[in-house]
Design a protein around this ligand. Structure first.
Ligand code: 6PG
Length: 472
């Protein structure tokens, strides 16, 4: 049987994507380092078995494909990708397409594009979001690489992607690293969303002494309004879940150390390199890092003791809970404004011409950060004005005006009570900084001029000035 495409790497994501391709009518050649995995995938999915074609070697996989070939790599990001590419390169012909669908560092993707360019074999870096379920039933797909091959990939990818009101959540976003870069920023925003939700949970738990079940009801309620999103939805599900062992809330027995595989960190490193302050994203990544120092935190807690968080002034009333909801919305708008600022900066710096509205559209379904909110972002870009920062867009301006006081009150109360809210407060500080018409960097400029003759600009005259400081 001549196959439509090949999938190499049948871990969870590779396996689920293969099933998704097969279900949507593609014949898929499969290869995994341990070949039994491919056989098992076919055996366990009898309905799709006819379209799944396990291969004993990469050579066999390449030989099984219709030319020009399309091969999807779903192996661990990093050296494993290069190892697979090296093993395959000499088997491929001009016009073939190799898609790296893992969470690769976009810098690696740029380098791989450069290396593959002269061969005439197309290398495509593709971000896939939505976890296991998304990969199986419809992920959001962010494609980067040579525009010329998009026409060939579209009929393969559109059927497997998530759909939002009939449009597939997949798009070609730009050359070389564009797809993986956009996925990286998606993950930075994912970290920020998750951290801010966790901080609100921390306030409800420590400041209001609410049970997990009560919090589950609140998040479920929020999920019916402006904050409606996959992450708020699963938060309600998580909080409602009971531990089969203790019959208590499962979340209460889970250790408070968060893992991370690196993409969140890459997003803030990339933002810094681009000269974009993504402070909420940074706070979220750092909070995960600090969460992992559980033993150090336990020791430090012994030294300093804990504040009584219930004195914080949070209220378990509909106004009090509404204030938390509004605070989360305000902080979220700021986080997305930062993520979008990083996308816009990368677009300029790398000449990618990223379609920012389209990115919001393909994030509306399938991916981890999917939400109704992304529809509002898409709309802001669709209106045709050039968007400097989402915080200046009329819709978001209105929402910020309605919610920023709540964020301020929540942060103040949390800070007073010693409940850490690093991401919420980073959002508030960014907002306050960004709208401050007379900042305090005039002092920094003066200091720089004093110790390094770096010069400063004046409000009342043009040009660069240097002052003869007394210490000179
Ligand atoms: C997605 C996710 C996914 C990511 C996980 C794990 O969009 O489906 O972003 O790609 O790998 O969320 O990331 P961490 O282990 O770093 O939390």
């Amino acid at each position: 049987k001549i196959c439509d495409l090949g999938v190499i790497g049948l871990g969870t994501m590779g396996a689920m994507l293969s099933l998704n391709f097969a279900e949507n009518g593609s014949d898929v050649a499969l290869f995994n380092r341990t070949p039994e995995k491919a056989e098992k995938l076919r055996a366990y999915n009898p309905g799709l078995g006819e379209r799944l074609h396990p291969q004993a070697s990469i050579e066999d996989l390449v030989a099984a494909l219709r030319a020009p070939r399309v091969i999807v790599l779903m192996v661990e990001a990093g050296p494993a990708v290069d190892a697979q590419l090296e093993a395959m390169m000499h088997l491929l012909d001009e016009g073939d397409v190799v898609i790296d669908a893992g969470n690769s560092d976009f810098n690696d993707t740029v380098a791989r594009n450069r290396r593959w360019d002269p061969t005439g074999i197309h290398f495509v870096g593709m971000g896939v979001s939505g976890g296991e379920l998304g990969a199986r039933h419809g992920p959001s797909i962010m494609v980067g690489g040579d525009r010329k091959v998009w026409g060939r990939l579209q009929p393969l990818l559109e059927p497997i992607a998530a759909e939002y009101e009939g449009s597939p959540c997949v798009a070609w976003l730009g050359p070389d690293g564009a797809g993986h870069f956009v996925k990286t920023i998606h993950n930075g925003i994912e970290y920020a969303d998750m951290q801010m939700i966790a901080e609100i949970y921390g306030i409800m738990r420590d400041g209001l002494n609410l049970s997990a079940a009560a919090m589950a009801r609140i998040f479920a309620d929020w999920n019916r309004r402006g904050l409606s999103s996959y992450l708020v939805e699963i938060t309600a599900i998580v909080l409602a879940e009971r531990d089969p062992r203790t019959r208590e809330a499962l979340v209460d027995v889970i250790i408070d150390e968060a893992g991370q595989k690196g993409t969140g960190r890459w997003s803030v490193i990339a933002a810094q390199r681009l000269g974009v302050g993504a402070t909420t994203l940074e706070a979220a990544v750092s909070a995960r890092t600090i969460s992992a120092l559980r033993h150090e935190r336990l020791a430090t807690g012994e030294i300093y003791g804990n504040l009584d968080c219930r004195q914080a002034g949070f209220e378990n009333s509909s106004e009090g809970i509404g204030e938390l909801e509004a605070a989360l919305e305000a902080a979220k708008i700021v986080a997305y404004a930062q993520g979008y600022a990083a996308l816009a900066a990368a677009s300029r710096q790398f000449g990618w011409n990223l379609p920012l509205g389209e990115i919001a559209r393909i994030w509306r379904a399938g991916c981890i950060i999917r939400s109704v909110f992304l529809q509002d972002i898409a709309r802001a870009f669709d209106e045709g004005r050039s968007v400097v920062n989402l915080l200046q867009e009329p819709y978001f301006t209105g929402r910020m005006k309605a919610t920023q006081q709540a964020l301020r009150r929540v942060v103040v109360k949390a800070v007073e009570a010693g409940i850490p809210v690093p991401a919420l407060s980073a959002s508030l500080a960014y907002f306050d900084d960004y709208r401050r018409t007379r900042g305090c960097a005039n002092l920094i400029q003066a200091q720089r001029d004093l110790f390094g003759a770096h010069t400063f600009r004046r409000l009342d005259a043009h040009g660069a000035h240097h002052h003869q400081w007394p210490a000179d």
